[in-house]
Design a binder for this molecule. Structure first.
Ligand SMILES: NC(=O)c1ccc[n+]([C@@H]2O[C@H](COP(=O)([O-])OP(=O)(O)OC[C@H]3O[C@@H](n4cnc5c(N)ncnc54)[C@H](O)[C@@H]3O)[C@@H](O)[C@H]2O)c1
Length: 269
């Protein structure tokens, strides 16, 4: 991908994108400028990735062909003010990963510039991310191509209509946290059954990874895989009966719904 990349907000997600884009050689360190208000974050990013950083969002805006907004949604109004009055010869593409902040609000903040909203997730750090993008009214095919290229470097990409991004946020955006809890809890179960913590962690992690890969590689429906593991009168059905009684399915459904609705709420603030 050509040109200069600017990232406003070098926190968890800004760093996740940055580290994978560098390791996949999509950008060289000298083509990236990151702004962050935190001196500690800037120092860490310089030491870790040998990139340039600044405290000034305006410097990033003036420097970049593609600008990724990666601050918390709660500080969006302040970041939006940094765009006002900036004159550029060619409008940069603005890609926002902020949960909830609508394309309309983004387009008002960057008058005349193309905007794309994206919802990536933290496995992007290791090139296994899942990102959904929604296209703003001023973005043309060339901008969509840039966003597709950028996020396909860090994992998979789907395009959705903007109203669906709240559901995406509740599922794949927040999902790594749910899956991490599942892995931790499976390992706890192993420890409760007498396994060492190290062995239990290893078993839990590889079980989740292997199951996901099996489903992905074969295209098998999850219910079919569940049935294949479950012998009549065997061990698995006892475990499944327990999960059903304690409501794992509805807990996960409600978790995705609650996170999606919080994403909508953040957008209305
Ligand atoms: N963490 C995730 O899993 C994830 C996934 C998808 C999308 N997102 C979205 O990414 C955004 C960032 O989330 P995060 O988890 O990386 O948060 P974070 O708090 O780790 O990072 C935000 C960074 O922005 C900096 N910052 C604060 N105000 C600033 C300002 N005015 N100008 C420049 N920098 C400023 C902070 O110092 C911090 O380093 C959020 O909008 C979130 O909705 C996060």
């Amino acid at each position: 991908m050509p040109g200069k990349l600017g990232i406003i907000g070098g926190g968890v997600m800004g760093e996740a994108l940055l580290s994978c884009l560098l390791s996949k050689r999509m950008y060289t360190p000298d083509a990236i400028l990151v702004s962050d208000l935190s001196h500690e974050r800037r120092q860490l990013l310089i030491e870790q990735y040998d990139i340039r950083t600044t405290h000034s969002n305006r410097e990033v805006i003036e420097h970049s062909d593609v600008i990724v907004l990666a601050t918390k949604p709660q500080v969006f109004d302040s970041v939006a003010r940094d765009f006002s009055g900036i004159v550029v010869s060619e409008s940069p593409l603005v890609i926002s990963i902020l949960a909830g902040v609508s394309i309309v609000r983004l387009e008002q903040a960057v008058p005349g510039w193309p905007v794309i909203r994206a919802m990536p997730n933290t496995p992007a750090t290791v090139g296994c991310g899942m990102t959904a993008i929604a296209i703003g009214s001023r973005a043309i095919a060339e901008h969509v191509e840039i966003a597709q290229q950028l996020f396909s470097t860090v994992g998979e990409v789907v395009q959705v209509a903007e109203p669906l991004l709240d559901g995406v946020t509740g599922l794949s955006g927040s999902g790594p946290a749910y899956v991490a809890i599942v892995i931790e809890a499976l390992a706890d179960g192993g420890v409760a059954s007498g396994l060492s913590r190290t062995t239990a962690n290893r078993l839990a992690l590889q079980t989740v990874l292997g199951t996901a890969q099996l489903l992905q590689k074969t295209g098998m429906h999850p219910a079919v895989l569940k049935d294949r593991v479950t012998s009549p009168g065997g061990t698995t059905i006892s475990g499944i009966a327990c999960l059903e009684e304690l409501g794992l399915r509805s807990a996960l459904i409600e978790a995705v719904r609650a996170a999606s609705s919080r994403s909508r709420e953040l957008g209305n603030q």
